[in-house]
Design a protein around this ligand. Structure first.
Ligand code: ZN
Ligand code: ZN
Length: 168
C-alpha cells in the first residue's frame, strides 16, 4: 500500500483539528495550543537542559559534516546553531569581519582557534555595531574642541585687564 504523502497527512490533521474546534462548545473561546505544564522540579529542569544541550551538540556535528559549520573557537559555538542553523564565524574572521557574541567571548577567554588571528582584534557583531553607532554620532555632533582648554593652561585664569588691576 502506498504511504500517504506528507501533504495529505497535513490535510488530515488540519481536518481533525478543525473538527475538534467545531465540535466544541460554540461560546467558549478556543484555548491556545496546549503547553507543557511548568516543571518546578529542579532535577527535571536540569535533565531537560542537558537533553537540549546534547541535541544542540549533535546538530552542530551534523551541520559540520554538511560543511555548514565553520566556527573559529575550540568548542564550536551554540549560538550560530540555534540562531542561524550554521556558522560562518571562521570564514568571516579570516576576512577580518566580526564574529558572533559567543565566539567573541571565547576568544576573550583564550579559546580562539583560527591560526594567525590575534585574540585582541576579534570583535563581536554587537561591538562592531556599537562602534559604528558611536562613529556616526561623533560625526554628527558639533565640534566641542574649541572649548577644551589647552594642556597646562587650564588652571591659570587670564590676567585681569581692568583699570583697578592693571599694572601701575
Ligand atoms: Zn566561531
Ligand atoms: Zn557563532
Amino acid at each position: 500500500m502506498r504511504a500517504p504523502s506528507r501533504s495529505s497527512w497535513f490535510a488530515l490533521l488540519a481536518t481533525l483539528a478543525l473538527a475538534r474546534v467545531t465540535m466544541g462548545c460554540g461560546t467558549a473561546p478556543v484555548p491556545p495550543a496546549e503547553v507543557a505544564p511548568a516543571e518546578a522540579d529542579p532535577a527535571a529542569l536540569e535533565a531537560r537542559r542537558l537533553a537540549i544541550r546534547d541535541q544542540v551538540k549533535a546538530l552542530i556535528g551534523d551541520l559540520t559534516a554538511e560543511g555548514r559549520y565553520d566556527c573559529c573557537v575550540e568548542a564550536p559555538c551554540n549560538l550560530c546553531a540555534m540562531r542561524a542553523g550554521g556558522c560562518r564565524c571562521g570564514e568571516g574572521l579570516r576576512r577580518g569581519e566580526p564574529v558572533c557574541e559567543e565566539c567573541a567571548m571565547m576568544w576573550r577567554r583564550g579559546n580562539g582557534a583560527e591560526p594567525g588571528v590575534e585574540a585582541g582584534t576579534v570583535r563581536s557583531y554587537l561591538e562592531a555595531e556599537r562602534e559604528m553607532e558611536a562613529r556616526a554620532k561623533a560625526s554628527v555632533e558639533p565640534k566641542v574642541q574649541a572649548k577644551v582648554p589647552a594642556k597646562g593652561g587650564a588652571a591659570e585664569a587670564p590676567g585681569c585687564a581692568c583699570a583697578e588691576h592693571a599694572p601701575k
